[in-house]
Design a protein around this ligand. Structure first.
Ligand SMILES: Nc1ncnc2c1ncn2[C@@H]1O[C@H](COP(=O)(O)OP(=O)(O)OP(=O)(O)O)[C@@H](O)[C@H]1O
Length: 263
């Protein structure tokens, strides 16, 4: 194994950028003098679910929005499968599915119309698209409402449609911002299973959540963000051991209540 010195250093960094499904490098966002995100470095590997934790206002949504091309970072870059989201947005956007914290869906289309429109944007072959749309509508129990205008959907129905849209093109990376909010027990179970089973092979999931108990069960690693900075990163068990905490809630409260972020 070569050391990471000299000419190997750049090679190793390039290889690692390609191997990660998601990679955030020094990602930062300022609003005027307010620092919402400061130097976030994070990678999500193939086969991995990574949960992004942090108090209200910590910078989780900011990080996800900068990652998916919705909020231009003040510094740093975001890559999906080695593709820079801000330099090659069209290529990058084909590689991930994203569910925002507050899904904005065009109300004057029906759910079916929106899914078909998205399938066209992703250039899915027509037959494959129809089969996939039918399966997703059934899975999320939206088939009865497929032809209703989205403006008549409840919050939970919009959230489910947003999930179906994110999954439509079978993306390498699934990026979810508090995906459980507003879901009924059936959809909650579905999303729990998704967090567990989606990251197979070369796929990965990055999701922001306040549901610490679930993160402990489904996430391979968790990242704790506080005041825009990364406070801790690792597999839940290792972090609990390291910080002598009984569960993620205790870990979360211990670190965010007494720790001032470094730097
Ligand atoms: N457009 C904006 N202008 C100024 N400040 C903003 C703007 N958008 C977000 N912020 C601030 O950036 C910080 C990070 O917000 P963000 O939404 O990323 O937090 P979060 O960790 O997702 O919080 P929550 O758990 O409450 O969803 C907050 O202090 C927020 O007030």
């Amino acid at each position: 194994m070569p050391s990471c010195a000299g000419p190997w250093k750049n090679f190793a960094s390039l290889a690692s950028a390609v191997e990660s499904v998601i990679r955030l490098e020094d990602l930062s966002k300022r609003y005027g003098r307010f620092v919402a995100l400061e130097g976030l470095n994070l990678e999500v590997r193939p086969g991995e679910t990574l949960a992004l934790l942090g108090p209200n206002g910590a910078g989780k949504s900011t990080a996800l929005k900068a990652l998916v091309g919705l909020l231009r970072p003040s510094r740093g870059r975001a890559l999906v499968d080695g593709v820079d989201v801000w330099k090659e947005p069209v290529r990058a956007k084909a590689l991930f599915g994203y569910v925002p914290d507050r899904p904005y869906l065009y109300g004057k289309l029906s759910g079916l119309e929106l899914l078909r429109f998205a399938a066209g944007v992703y250039r899915l072959p027509r037959r494959e698209a129809e089969a996939r749309i039918e399966a997703l509508l059934l899975e999320f129990r939206l088939e009865r409402f497929a032809s209703s205008l989205i403006e008549t959907y409840s919050h939970g129905m919009r959230q489910k449609l947003s999930l179906a849209l994110a999954l439509l093109h079978n993306p390498r990376a699934l990026i979810l911002d508090e995906p459980m909010v507003g879901l009924d027990p059936h959809a909650t179970r579905l999303v729990r299973e998704l967090l567990r089973s989606y990251p197979q092979g070369d796929r990965a999931v990055l999701y922001a959540t306040h549901q610490l108990h679930l993160a402990e069960q489904v996430a391979h690693r968790v990242a704790l963000v506080h005041k825009g900075r990364l406070l801790a990163l690792g597999p839940p068990k290792a972090l609990l051991h390291q910080h002598q905490s009984a569960d993620l809630e205790e870990f979360f409260l211990r670190l965010t209540e007494d720790a001032a972020p470094a730097g």
